[in-house]
Design a protein around this ligand. Structure first.
Ligand code: C5P
Length: 222
């Protein structure tokens, strides 16, 4: 069996991380949530009152920031300069600012290098927005996962409820639509389906069905 690279991209709330985690577990692979890295940087920028619109400040900040992902029982823990920020990076404040931070090309170069380093031995399931198009361009399996914005908002709502975060479906739908717009329209590695990615619409699929679909595609590539 080969230790392949699996790249999963798609808009917010498409179920990427949930399904990537299950697939990684089934394969004995490492799950890497790249969105968590952009969120951790955003958290630090907010704390340090950095101008989020300023590419140079944001890039310099990343240069002196350690972001470590550690596998844990339910997926992954995120450490920012040694501190566990796994919960904090999911706050509304981080969520509503992360796309601004993620837009800077010079910062992304560093982020992408770090992600490539993490994935170089293979045996990884990596999810994000530009994995198939910029980070793991030679990945053996590339997926582009999506679902209707209504369904994605509904899932986020359930997710948040579990996490104890208060929200309304309407508010989430707006936030998701805005984030998708910013992520898709930015100049630096925008969210777009890679030419060689397989499109997976999860609107009507259960978590298990989506995970099974991926595992079938993986088995064909091993
Ligand atoms: O996946 P998640 O929703 O946690 O990602 C948070 C944000 O990080 C995205 O909305 C996007 O702005 C940014 N991101 C990115 N490239 C990635 C992963 C996430 O620009 N590979």
């Amino acid at each position: 069996k080969k230790n392949i690279q699996i790249a999963i991209d798609g808009p917010a709330g498409a179920g990427k991380s949930t399904i990537a985690k299950i697939a990684a577990e089934a394969l004995g692979y490492t799950y890497i949530d790249t969105g968590a890295m952009y969120r951790a940087l955003t958290l630090k920028a907010l704390k340090e009152n950095i101008n989020l619109e300023d590419a140079e400040s944001v890039t310099n900040l990343l240069g002196k920031t350690d972001i470590t992902l550690k596998p844990s029982e339910n997926g992954q823990l995120v450490f920012l300069d040694g501190q566990d920020v796994s919960q904090e990076i999911r706050s509304n404040e981080v969520t509503s600012n992360v796309s601004k931070v993620a837009a800077h090309a010079t910062m992304r170069e560093i982020m992408v290098q770090r992600q490539q380093e993490m994935a170089k031995l293979g045996g990884v399931v990596m999810d994000g927005r530009d994995i198939g198009t910029a980070v793991l361009t030679d990945a053996e399996l590339k997926l582009y996962m999506s679902a209707t914005v209504e369904e994605r908002a509904r899932r986020r709502y359930e997710d948040n409820k579990q996490r104890g975060i208060v929200s309304t479906i309407e508010q989430l739908q707006e936030e998701i639509a805005l984030r998708d717009k910013l992520d898709s329209e930015r100049e630096a590695s925008p969210l777009v389906q890679a030419q060689d990615a397989i499109f997976l619409d999860t609107t009507e699929l259960s978590i298990q069905q989506a995970a099974d679909a991926i595992l079938k595609l993986v088995s064909e590539r091993m």
